[in-house]
Ligand binder design. Structure first.
Ligand code: PLP
Length: 387
């Protein structure tokens, strides 16, 4: 196959995937791969799960897109499901995590104009990741992103995760919000501490700032609860979702409390915002996550994976195992991540290394104990070669 017509934006292996089934992907030669990347934590129910296929088929035959200026049933149902299972009141749907985060940034700036004398600065974090639009790249704290498409969008001073003094030092009359991932995924699965998040909430209350959590990666069951903020025993003002929300199809969401849901007509929108096709899938995914025992089962199998990684770390004298639920990382102690990924792929295991010194594990939330054991065995096989 000639791949020359695709814009070369990333290095890709030669493998071409043609089919997916649960935890497995199949290439053109019908080789099977156990997939612990799942589209970067997107396919929360695995590849082509029945509920998603059914929702797509049924909705496609009924109504795909009446246009964003009309109501449609699946979008209303999904917004109702999300608000009744969270602390938020209003939902705006987009197609990608970056789009949801752009919406969150716009909403905070609008709120600053209306209620905080034009304050517009949003404190974000070193090593944070919020997407690839100009504003979300500026909000991100990835090394090198401050110059790659200079000039950046202004107004995103960077603090350090779990360091309250670094946040306090940035607060000034222009500050309107603090925005962060509760677990920094791209940085290598670095969790914010409970104490830090609770202090951030208190700091926001003290200074009249909005607390925005980017749950594009941590939301929708990934960390073992429907949303990661639940575990921190706080209520954010704004939350964004993406990835798992569509179980593989592109839908994201910006959720806000009524107190800060202050867009005027025309401030926010988009051609593909909340089409019934993708919203019907979102409904199917969220209902599956909320079904009796689903998240509990997912927590159990994720704990099995974490325990297995810990054993492996001890066996091979590697570093820490971090994370929560089915978002885990294993520190390798040296920069061999890319080689491990390449070798694992050769023997049928798909892995991800957000940093060269660590591996990240993002299996389907409904991965089975047998599949976990199979992956751990393959991982051991590869690590043995790197000893
Ligand atoms: N926010 C977080 C925390 C993410 O992990 C990502 C993607 O990895 C994004 C935002 C961007 O989402 P998308 O790639 O759908 O625009």
């Amino acid at each position: 196959m000639n791949t020359n017509c695709l814009m070369p934006v990333t290095a890709r292996p030669d493998t071409v995937f043609v089919r997916g089934e649960g935890s497995y992907l199949f290439d053109q030669q019908n080789r099977r791969y156990l997939d612990w990347v799942q589209g970067w934590a997107v396919n929360c129910l695995g590849h082509s799960p029945g509920v998603v296929v059914h929702a797509l088929n049924e909705q496609a035959a009924k109504l795909i897109n009446p246009g964003p200026a009309f109501y449609n049933e699946p979008a209303i149902e999904l917004a109702t499901l999300l608000t009744s299972n969270s602390c938020f009141d209003h939902v705006f749907f987009g197609s990608s995590g970056a789009e949801a985060n752009e919406g969150a940034i716009k909403l905070a700036r609008k709120w600053g104009q209306k209620h905080k004398g034009g304050a517009f600065e949003i404190i974000t974090f070193v090593d944070g990741f919020h997407g690839r639009t100009l504003a979300t790249m500026s909000a991100s704290g990835k090394a090198g992103w401050d110059t790659v498409f200079a000039p950046q969008v202004a107004g995103f001073p960077k603090a350090i995760l779990n360091d309250m003094d670094s946040v306090k030092a940035l607060i000034n009359p222009n500050t309107v919000a603090i925005m962060l991932e509760l677990i920094q995924g791209e940085a290598g699965v670095i969790p914010a501490s409970q104490e830090f998040i609770q202090m951030l909430r208190a700091l926001c209350d003290e200074h009249g700032l909005l607390l925005i959590v980017d749950e594009v990666q941590t939301g929708c069951g990934r960390t073992g609860t429907l949303f990661a903020y639940e575990k921190y025993a706080i209520e954010p003002d704004i939350m964004t979702l993406g990835k798992g929300l569509g179980g593989g199809v592109p839908i994201s969401a910006l959720l806000a409390k009524k107190s800060c849901s202050c867009f005027d007509y025309g401030d926010q929108g988009g051609t593909f915002c909340g089409t019934p096709l993708v919203a019907a899938v979102g409904v199917a995914v969220i209902k599956t996550l909320l079904a009796d025992g689903f998240l509990q089962g997912s927590r159990q199998v994720a704990a099995q994976l974490a325990a297995g990684l810990l054993e492996i770390s001890q066996e091979y004298a590697l570093g820490k195992v971090r994370g929560s639920g089915a978002l885990l990382a294993l520190e390798l102690g040296r920069n061999i991540g890319p080689e491990i990924i390449a070798r694992s792929r050769e023997i049928g295991l798909l892995l991800n290394a957000p940093r060269p010194h660590c591996l990240r594990f993002m299996p389907a939330l409904n991965i089975t104990p047998v599949e976990v054991n199979e992956g751990l065995k393959l991982l051991r096989q590869v690590l043995k070669e790197f000893q």
